[in-house]
Design a protein around this ligand. Structure first.
Ligand code: URA
Length: 406
């Protein structure tokens, strides 16, 4: 039976709800082997899935664990998801901005696999910050300070955790239907009323092109519609690192600077764009009205104050963020103008410094990373500082072609 289901997908046919259920639930119950599921995932990767299959599979994923209900928390709860990228610390800025405007935010985030940590790893670089709140504590936190950022509870879409681990080692992460099911099942199970998606494309992203990112975004929006959730999306480029700091503690530092209004440029603009969509959805106001509100809470310091409240409420001490004091400067070897900074190369470099993990169980070094000192378009002379590496050992190599200078 399992073999026939795999064969049907290999030949490009659609699987019925019963077939999807029997193989995916069978996998969860230990009746379907890793090699059989791997084979099915590869067939899905190659042949895709119909929308019907995607909707059924999302339902199977959601039903595999608990669904959270925060309807007792007053207000429209808006969640946000980014498909991730190098230096993406937008959550750390957006959550307090939106919460400081009276919109409750319950953000369940993950740890990172890959070049740098996930939001939870970043927050754990703040001494004492608790990321393992119970569902009761989440409700209390959001009622008290208006926002909470915590790790996903173990029983939220457990099937996704199993399938993602397998996809990660079988080259099946990049399948658009599988990404859509994985992300949207978690968002819907986590109980948000409205969802904003930041879908990235480019060198440091899950998908390479704008067209693929749009296809993924539209599919996720359609899944949201099945569950009566309003879903908006923003498509953003990930060829270059987002912001100047890459690495866990360093990214918290840049988020703090942004919340204090000390940083502008592409990262600030993206944070304003995403936060404004969330506020516009939650308050049912126009995007332009929301932009004015968002910029005002950053300027007035209210958003930074909200971040401090969130951190203190979760046991953290913002005066103690892990950042290595051992700095290795990287200088330009030529004169010219910076044409490109390769996000993937910066990601590989930060991984080699210890800022990310290859295996789920790998330790992460919160204090290491990269700070870019020049941006695209800047003129440089030979000997100018291009970036500072925050290191704990000498086991890394800098690829000079990371910066395209001519
Ligand atoms: N993020 C997820 O949560 N799932 C995917 O499949 C890819 C990125």
């Amino acid at each position: 039976m399992i073999k026939e289901i795999i064969d049907k997908k290999r030949l490009g046919f659609c699987l019925s709800n019963e077939e999807l259920s029997s193989i995916f639930m069978g996998y969860m119950n230990g009746e379907v082997a890793d090699y059989q599921m791997s084979s099915l995932l590869m067939a899905i990767c190659i042949n895709g899935m119909s929308e019907e299959e995607v909707f059924h599979l999302t339902d199977i994923f959601i039903q595999s664990g608990d669904t959270l209900d925060f309807s007792h928390v007053p207000g429209v709860k808006v969640d946000k998801h980014s498909t991730g990228g190098i230096g993406d610390k937008t959550t750390l800025v957006i959550v307090p901005v939106v919460a400081s405007l009276g919109v409750p935010v319950i953000k369940m985030s993950g740890r990172g696999l890959g070049y740098t940590g996930g939001t939870i790893d970043k927050l754990e670089s703040i001494s004492g910050f608790r990321t393992n709140l119970t569902n009761e504590e989440v409700g209390e936190a959001v009622s008290k300070v208006g926002a909470v950022i915590t790790g996903q509870t173990a029983n939220l879409v457990p099937l996704d955790q199993m399938i993602y681990a397998l996809r990660d080692v079988t080259a099946t992460v990049s399948s658009i239907p599988l990404i859509a099911v994985s992300i949207m099942s978690k968002k819907i199970a986590a109980g948000a009323d409205k969802i904003l998606l930041d879908v990235k494309y480019g060198k440091g992203a899950l998908v390479a092109t704008y067209e693929e990112a749009e296809q993924l975004a539209i599919l996720m929006q359609k899944i949201g519609k099945q569950y009566h959730r309003e879903v908006r999306y923003v498509i953003s480029n990930m060829d270059h690192p987002l912001g100047n700091n890459i690495g866990n503690g360093l990214e918290v530092e840049e988020a703090v600077q942004t919340l204090r209004g000390e940083v502008n440029g592409h990262f600030y603009d993206l944070c304003v764009e995403l936060a404004s969509h969330m506020v516009s959805m939650a308050k049912d106001i126009s995007y332009d009205e929301a932009v004015l509100l968002v910029e005002e809470v950053i300027k007035s310091g209210k958003a930074y104050e909200k971040f401090r409240e969130i951190v203190i409420n979760q046991g953290g001490d913002l005066t103690s963020i892990q950042i290595s004091s051992n700095i290795y400067p990287v200088y330009s070897e030529q004169n010219g103008t910076i044409k490109d900074i390769d996000a993937l190369e910066i990601g590989k470099l930060s991984l080699s410094l210890g800022a990310g993990r290859c295996e789920k169980s790998d330790p992460i070094d919160y204090g290491v990373g990269v700070v870019l000192c020049k941006n695209i378009g800047d003129d440089v002379q030979k000997g100018d500082l291009l970036m500072r590496l925050y290191i704990h050992n000498d086991d890394f190599e800098v690829n000079q072609s990371t910066f395209e200078i001519n």
